[in-house]
Design a protein around this ligand. Sequence first.
Ligand SMILES: Cc1cc2nc3c(=O)[nH]c(=O)nc-3n(C[C@H](O)[C@H](O)[C@H](O)COP(=O)(O)OP(=O)(O)OC[C@H]3O[C@@H](n4cnc5c(N)ncnc54)[C@H](O)[C@@H]3O)c2cc1C
Length: 413
Amino acid sequence: MRHVTTVIIGAGQSGLAMSKYLTDYSIDHVLLERGEVANSWQKERWDSLRLLTPNWQSRLPAYSYEGNDPDGYMSMPEVVDYLKRYADLTGAPVQSGTLVTRVLQVDGGYEVTTDQGSWRCRTVVIASGACNIAAVPALWAELPRSIVSMTPMEYRNPGQLPDGSVLVVGASATGVQLAREIHASGRDVILSAGEHVRLPRIYRGRDIKGWMDVIGAMDVRYDEVDDLDRARRLPSLQLIGTPERETIDLNSLRKLGVEIVGRLVGLRDGEAQFSGSLANYCVLADLKMNRLLSSIDAWISANGHDNRFDAPCRYEPTNLGPQTRLSMDLNDSSVKTVIWATGYRPDYSWLDVPVFVHKGRIRHDGGVVQAPGLYVMGLPFMRRRKSSFIDGAGDDAADLAAHLNRSLYRAAA
Ligand SMILES: Cc1cc2nc3c(=O)[nH]c(=O)nc-3n(C[C@H](O)[C@H](O)[C@H](O)COP(=O)(O)OP(=O)(O)OC[C@H]3O[C@@H](n4cnc5c(N)ncnc54)[C@H](O)[C@@H]3O)c2cc1C
């Protein structure tokens, strides 16, 4: 049994940012990582993926992008290199190849069991990621056996798919990106869309993520929103990082030839049923996009920058064309693959501490878990809107490391 003050579980950006602050506080700690630094970026993403956040926005404590393409979007090997460099630079004490199998509360702290032995510690930071498992709706089990069912964590590139059309379920960042790529490979693609968040890539000459940053939209705190539960469940943004800085939304996909249908609501005897409420979701998405654009316009005017940027504009409302189809017989269609781009969830199967709300979610207050000395990082809107982004890890880690340090100090006093 080894002893340390703090065990951090996971060496992605969340764990590394926390490690940096614990080092600054001279708190001895170890990062236990089942793979290597940036394991999720290396092993769990598809081949062509680039960040949807611009390079300059991958800021971490005492570290930022210094390449010659600040407005570009990193490929996965680039993200992995970027985080590995950060781990080296900060001297993060990473124990790679160490799978945490159990965390148990014991007198005065925690016992962390791994496949490489056990640790005793006072505090634990869970930085194991919010996207460990693809969240697939129960109706996947009703798919005809002849159809290949795949999650984005299994998908690597279109070459891996059987011949035939592809139904992509879910039209948030992952779904729209996969629909675009698979369609470009020459296949027919049907995209099933429910609630979604539509955004232009560039607005008034500047990246939308840059605008969201300057107007403070990403810094909104968890204790400032009316419906936090809903804010935490909002779908990811319809954005893609391409060298051409292109906008991806239902309009652009439809123009390419992707068929858009409503949310998949039923699957019976091979018949897929799609909701008829897509038009309402589209109106809502257009409305919300325009609201954000208006906030940006207001910020530009209030700061006297109207002449510095392109003129304001509004985009064509989402146009689904004639009535989208409401059903499809999968026994008798060209669809041979269904990809469930229906979100991700964390895996806490190893956490043996009674801190759960429903569905394996941890009960926490801005990352401070309701068990002494236990913290969590990297969850959607955990302390701020940016909490689950690379750019959000630093501020959250600063707050939580300060809390952790205070609690150790108080215990010692
Ligand atoms: C498809 C996709 C695209 C994204 N694109 C962007 C983007 O463009 N920009 C952006 O800012 N964010 C993006 N995100 C969101 C977010 O930045 C990533 O999910 C990121 O990986 C989260 O970092 P993290 O450190 O919190 O968790 P992770 O990167 O998942 O790190 C957790 C680490 O914990 C390890 N681990 C898990 N369980 C155990 C265990 N039991 N024992 C030991 N180790 C364990 C994992 O191996 C992993 O290395 C994206 C997310 C996804 C899924």
